[in-house]
Design a protein around this ligand. Sequence first.
Ligand code: ADP
Ligand code: MG
Length: 334
Amino acid sequence: MRRPVSRPAMEFRLIDRIRERTAQGREDVRLGIGDDAALLAVPAGMELAVAIDTLVEGVHFPRGTSPADLGWKALAANLSDLAAMGATPAWALLALTLPEAMDAAAREAFVDGFADGFAALAQPQRLALVGGDTTRGPLAVSVAVHGFVPPGQALARAGARAGDAVLVTGTLGDAAAGLRLLQQGIGADDARAAPLVGRLNRPTPRLAAGLALRGRASACIDVSDGLLADLGHVCAASGAGAEIEAALLPRSPALLGLFDEAAALDFALAGGDDYELCFTVPAARVAEVQADLARLGCGAARIGRIVEGAGVRVRGADGAWLAPARRGWDHFAA
Ligand code: ADP
Ligand code: MG
């Protein structure tokens, strides 16, 4: 692309630093960072799954988030999307927008930390960063990922049927609780807050679980905006409704130790940033799927069922339907 003014050599040095820190040898990367476009070879007979996510400072992550945590989280949010499709990650692109106000040293420190956090998650997955863009403006990060899935085996949102069980991996609400603690001035240096803040800053994409669900889950989504909102997308896509039991929602000891039941329930239903998988399976296969996921180390709780109709309803511990205070993270709320 042509630019109105020539760019300082520093920008290219930043790209070099990113390349060095994220280096990953892959046969299918014919040409990576450094040319006008990357050249990539999709394995014969595979479908390509692609996703992109943008994180803007003050909107998607709090000011003060460390560059390394941001590098991890920006990739994790994307890998979570691939996990929810049952895809195996392969390649990523990174668009970084760095504030004008950062001087050269701050820019280098940011890029080094970011690339290290990104690589800490990318390397075990053998994911290669193959290109991107580096610009100036308000701090924002976009990552796009590419993965492979055998034709016809991707896990879609549509496909849930009345009678299917609804399950969710891991625990819900931790990240939202971690954000609340940060907003209260309690950080990761507090021993009781650390596991919750850790879930906010370094979420674990459930890639192995996504692969294990191929051919078994009737529908799947990752919980990024909150369980109610995301399960609501599954229901809308599937033309069905869901009934959830509040008492069955998996919540961590860390969350229940620091917040009362009402707050913990709100975080679990509508908090967001969990990056767990919410999926549906025919009732007869629940035990088998749970056993397999337990073997993979993430576990999955049965939280409710798919019903005829539309929308998500939550039954409280007393048997009455709840009216949740909010329905999940609305990107366009004022
Ligand atoms: P162009 O002007 O052709 O877009 P750039 O100068 O923006 O080229 O980028 C040079 C090379 O560095 C390209 O291969 C591009 O994909 C890569 N690149 C730029 N920024 C990043 C980044 N933040 N992370 C990874 N690769 C990057
Ligand atoms: Mg460019």
